[in-house]
Design a protein around this ligand. Structure first.
Ligand code: PLP
Length: 360
C-alpha cells in the first residue's frame, strides 16, 4: 500500500477517520436537539463527502450555485437548498432539470428586488419551488434589513403561482470574528433578529441559521429547525485556532509541502503558494501553520512559493516536508482536482473534487 512518504508535493491530504468523526459529531449534536442538518457543500465540493453526510443523517444539502447542486446529484441527495440570489431566467431550464431530479428544491429570496426577478425565473422554469427568505443578521451581505422588506417579499411570493414561502435563513458569518466567550450571546442576538422578522410575516415558519462556528450552539437553543454548516467536517485555522470550536487534533485537511530553498537565515521557501493556499490569511496573519506544534508559519505567498518563517525555521533543511493546517479550507479544496485520502500514514484513496470551480 502507498504511504504518505511516497507522495510528491504539494498535495492536499484528507484524513478519512477525522472527516467521518466530524460528520458524525455534528449529526449527533443536531439529532440530540431534534434539529435537521443541511450541510453546505461549498467547502468540500465532493460527492464522496456528501454521501457520508447523507448516510449519517443529513436531511438535505445546501449549495451556493446550480453547478454545485448538479455536481452533487450522484450522491443520491433528494433535497437541495440553493442559498444564493437567483435572478437570471436564462438558468430556468437548469433549475427545472434540477427540480425534476429532486424531491425538493429550495431557493432563496434575498431582497424585494431580487424576489421580483426570482418570480420571473420560477415562471420560466415552471416548477414549484420552496422559498427561504434571507434575513441579514449582521454580516451586511444578502438578506432583508427590516421586517417591512420581508413583508414585501412575502407578497411577491404569494402572487407567484410557482413560489411558496417555506422558512427564513441567515448566514451569520460575522461570528467568525467574535470572541469565543461571546459566541452564545451573539447566537441569541442573531436568532432574536431573524425570529422578529419571521414573526412579522408568519410565526409558524421555521428558522434556518447556522454556520460551522454557531451550528451546535444554534441547535441547542431549541429555537431553530435546521442548521447549514459547511467547513465543520474539515476544519482550519479559523475554526480550530480563531473560534476554537474544534481542537487542532480534529482538523482533517492538511497541505503537505516541501522545503525547496533556504535563501537566507530565518526564511524557508516551500513549493506551495497562492495556487494551493489561495490568498486568504487568518486573523493572525498566516496562510498556514505547522500542525506538529513547531513555531513554523506560512506568512506570505506568491503563486508557486510559500514564505515560511517562525522560531524553528532555521532547523529546516531543503527536502524537509511540512504538514500544514490552512487558514481557510474552502478555497484550498476548490484549487485542487482531487484530494489524497489517508488513514494514519497510509494512502487509502483519492477523491475527486466534483464541484471544483463550479461558480455558475
Ligand atoms: C449562505 C451560507 N450558508 C452556510 C454557510 C456555511 O458556513 P461555514 O462554512 O462557515 O460553516 C455559508 C458560508 O459561507 C454561507 O454563505
Amino acid at each position: 500500500m502507498e504511504s504518505v512518504a511516497e507522495l510528491t508535493t504539494p498535495v492536499v491530504l484528507l484524513d478519512r477517520g477525522k472527516t467521518e468523526n466530524n460528520i458524525r459529531a455534528m449529526q449527533a449534536a443536531c439529532d440530540a436537539e431534534g434539529v435537521k442538518l443541511w450541510p453546505h457543500i461549498k467547502t468540500h465540493k465532493m460527492v464522496e463527502v456528501a454521501r457520508r453526510q447523507l448516510a449519517a443523517g443529513a436531511e438535505g444539502l445546501t449549495c451556493a450555485k446550480l453547478g454545485e447542486a448538479e455536481a452533487m446529484l450522484p450522491s443520491g441527495v433528494k433535497r437541495i437548498f440553493i442559498a444564493h440570489s437567483l435572478v437570471d431566467a436564462r438558468e430556468a431550464s437548469r433549475i427545472a432539470a434540477l427540480a425534476d431530479q429532486l424531491e425538493e428544491l429550495r431557493v432563496a429570496a434575498t431582497s424585494p428586488a431580487q424576489a421580483e426577478a426570482l418570480a420571473k425565473v420560477a415562471a420560466a422554469a415552471k416548477r414549484p419551488l420552496k422559498v427561504m427568505l434571507a434575513v441579514d443578521s449582521g454580516l451586511g451581505r444578502e438578506g432583508v434589513r427590516c421586517a417591512a422588506d420581508a413583508q414585501k417579499i412575502a407578497a411577491v411570493i404569494e402572487a407567484s403561482p410557482y413560489l411558496e414561502l417555506a422558512g427564513f435563513y441567515t448566514h451569520e458569518g460575522q461570528l467568525y470574528a467574535a470572541d469565543p466567550a461571546e459566541q452564545q450571546a451573539k447566537v441569541d442576538e442573531v436568532i432574536d433578529r431573524v425570529a422578529a422578522v419571521r414573526d412579522a410575516v408568519n410565526p409558524k415558519l421555521p428558522l434556518w441559521p447556522g454556520c460551522s462556528v454557531t451550528a451546535k450552539l444554534m441547535a441547542a437553543t431549541g429555537r431553530v429547525q435546521v442548521v447549514r454548516p459547511g467547513a465543520y467536517m474539515f476544519g482550519d485555522i479559523a475554526l480550530a485556532v480563531t473560534s476554537r470550536v474544534m481542537p487542532i487534533s480534529d482538523v482533517a485537511i492538511h497541505v503537505l509541502a516541501t522545503v525547496v530553498d533556504r535563501p537566507e537565515p530565518g526564511l524557508a521557501l516551500i513549493d506551495a503558494g497562492s495556487k494551493v493556499f489561495s490568498s486568504d490569511k487568518s486573523p493572525q496573519g498566516v496562510h498556514a501553520m505547522a500542525v506538529d506544534g513547531r513555531d513554523i508559519q506560512v506568512v506570505r505567498v506568491n503563486e508557486e512559493h510559500g514564505y515560511v518563517r517562525g522560531k524553528e525555521v532555521d532547523a529546516l533543511r531543503i527536502g524537509d516536508r511540512l504538514k500544514l493546517m490552512v487558514a481557510h479550507v474552502c478555497p484550498v479544496i476548490n484549487l485542487t482536482d482531487r484530494v489524497v485520502v489517508t488513514e494514519g500514514d497510509q494512502v487509502v484513496d483519492r477523491w475527486t473534487v466534483d464541484a471544483r470551480g463550479r461558480v455558475q
